[in-house]
Design a protein around this ligand. Sequence first.
Ligand code: 0A1
Ligand code: ZN
Length: 894
Amino acid sequence: MRTEHAPSIQRADYRPLAWTVETVDLHFCLEPEATVVTNRMLCVRNREAEAGQIRLWGEDLERLSLTVDGQAPQAVREQGALLEIDADGERVVVEVQTRINPKANTTLSGLYLSNGGFFTQCEAEGFRRITCFPDRPDVMARFTVTLEADRAACPVLLSNGNLVEQGELPGGRHYAKWEDPFPKPSYLFALVAADLVALERKVETMSGREVLLQVWVEAGNLDRVEHAMDSLVHSMRWDEETFGLELDLDRFMIVAVADFNMGAMENKGLNIFNTKFILAKPDTATDIDYENVESVVAHEYFHNWTGNRVTCRDWFQLTLKEGLTVFRDQQFSADMLGRMANEAAGPEGAASARAVKRIDDVRVLRAAQFPEDAGPMAHPIRPDSYQEINNFYTATVYEKGAEVIRMLHTLLGPEGFRNGMDLYFSYFDGQAVTCDDFVEVMSEANNGFDLDQFMRWYSQAGTPRVKASGQWNAADGSYTLTLAQSTPATPGQHAKLPLVIPVAAGLIGPDGRDYPLRLEGESQPGATTRVLKLTEEAQSFRFVGLAAEPVPSLLRGFSAPVILELDEDDARLAFRMAHDADPCNRWDAAQRYAERVALAMAADPSAGVPAAFLEAFRALLGNAALDPAFRAQALALPGEAYLLERMTPADPLALRAALVRLMRTLGASFAAEWLATCEAMQVPGPYRYHPADAGRRALANLALRYLAAAGNAQGLALAQARFDAATNMTERFGALAALVQSTHPAREAALAAFHARYRDDALVLDKWFALQAGAWRWDAAAVPTLERVKALMADPAFSLSNPNKVYALLGTYFRANAGEFHAADGSGHAFWADQVIALNARNPQVAARMARALENWRHFVPALQSSIRAQLERVLASPNLSPDVAEIVGKALD
Ligand code: 0A1
Ligand code: ZN
């Protein structure tokens, strides 16, 4: 079946606009059901473009008036959302007045209402839902914004830049006027008019300027913003120290809103956040929530330079700002965690904390991006075409994009990378540029470092495979490592060329210690980890001067976003689990071994857990010298989504049955060790967000999970006791999760107690919904999770209009509970179609995200394929399908 629903937009078709905008003067008369927007633009002819009309886009607008230099325009053509206006001369003033209905705007794109306040979301193309405008990132204009609203309902009026005027108006109304001194694309425009309060802090920037920082929230949440504010201050300092980048505004504001499609948005000087990534206090937020707040606050703040000061020429270049900014926030978090761990446990603790953060990032990439690269939505980090740009805020553009930047950082070294960044800003500040511009400048700043072949990372989709084999020559003490690369075909891209792949390698001796490495031709052995540059289809590297046959440890620190294929027997994996000096690879060895065991058990329902695996697992569990956070990572089984991707054909029910058996065996076999671990991992004193404490809590919670899975009576009693006595959310929720993932009769009472305690707390209730949607069935007689999900949809706290609720309940069920969702009777799939259709009518972006849960269906066993196909077809045939959902479902069926 072909998708005829929406035309696709091609990267190659980019043309500059004939007219751009120099200044915009916006006036908002804010009313929930009839907001009038008056927009006065100074349009200027673009000398670098061919002659043509003024082009404006407008969507869902009621146009009240349109003038050019105060007159009715000579000729206007309208084609869908596009408005083309004839104009003479070089500079004209276009004024357009529109009326919109924020209350009826359930898409959460453009201007909308949340809890009585007005909020905007303009990336990628939401501004055209507010007014007619050349709504493209290559049009950078200076904005002046006047907001007018009811004072009682909306005492706070915010927009980008500096507040230049405010005052009272008749009829209980008031106004505020904001001026943004920096030219910006329309996707960075924002306004907020609501009843909010702020936590404020004044800090000095590196050049000694005093700036005002504000975090705006609803009054009842003021006790949960300290951590976000601290994170903002840390981000500012880090960007000054690491990149010499200073805040360029006198005032920087963050606003939290409960209804938001994504995580947060980097609007110039007025970041708008999903409350989930701002609000945190010990009683309501887990360690992971604290970590997420820190990294999302940093991410949005870092966009001020990578994204806002230098922006994207067109949306195909999205990874220019997103890949780079994710890389920056990952480095920031690693530095922050490392710094805190260093204070507590010295350099070794710091190294471990950094490694644990890296492992987290790799887990996300493997769980979300690898499947995307193997499915119908596979695209290069810089796509060549799209139907709906909102579908391209993907793990590929963000996470793989960050890996590509990381590889540049590896190839050029930290100093070379920094020089490239400096040159990037010196050339392109205030401009809208491309990924090519970025890579070229990196090369120029590094003596013309050849990055031509490297550019293929921007144009090729699919996860490359690197196949490694080694040959030991006992006679001369040499070890020849051969690396061969290939990338599988992806939709529309059959032939792939070799990439530049940095492979960080080490060789481990029989005593478990790394050999210093010496490549043939070198006079002396050097470091124990070397970055090998793989550029050909196959290449060999000969290491010499080795006393005994080594065990290779490849792709250390996950040095490239590839799948490493290495023939290792169980004994080797166990050896690396015990000795690999690179924590990422040590973790990976444990994951590979667990994957092997889980998939073998899925293939053979009578297979047990091999004794050798149990031994290797026990050795890690009992190694008290290892950082608890690392042990928590290494002892957790690989995620179900990742395992399904590795299984051919994917059989979620067989996999689930295997994982249940595996968890039970690991829980029961080491019950004494788990109990002792839980005891040993007590964290004394009041809660603090700190990697050392978080690691101990994570390991204790994992211990409870295994004990509960095994039905261990002592473990269940411990979970119950910890649930009752917990003084922070990490412990309370960890204990609850263990109880819910068991057959223990106390689970229902615990869920009810949790609900009673947090009945008025939307973010905590999201956890409560998600936990139940993600529950496995540990008891064959238990009701299917689907029944539970359906019942929870009727809970008064649930709403299809709130994205967080949808992601928590439906998203968890569709995306993180494969063993239940893919029930053999197809009930999960039919429910999925019902929900996608219902969401499509309200919020296409959220609907499309849910729709993606079934895109990799062709990878599944035949019985499931037919059930899924029927539902995909049902959705595709449903009336009024949005371009967002049509693209996802259409490509899935193509
Ligand atoms: N640029 C934001 C993410 C974002 C993207 C799209 C949105 O609406 C479609 C909203 C937010 C970031 O990277 O944080
Ligand atoms: Zn971003």
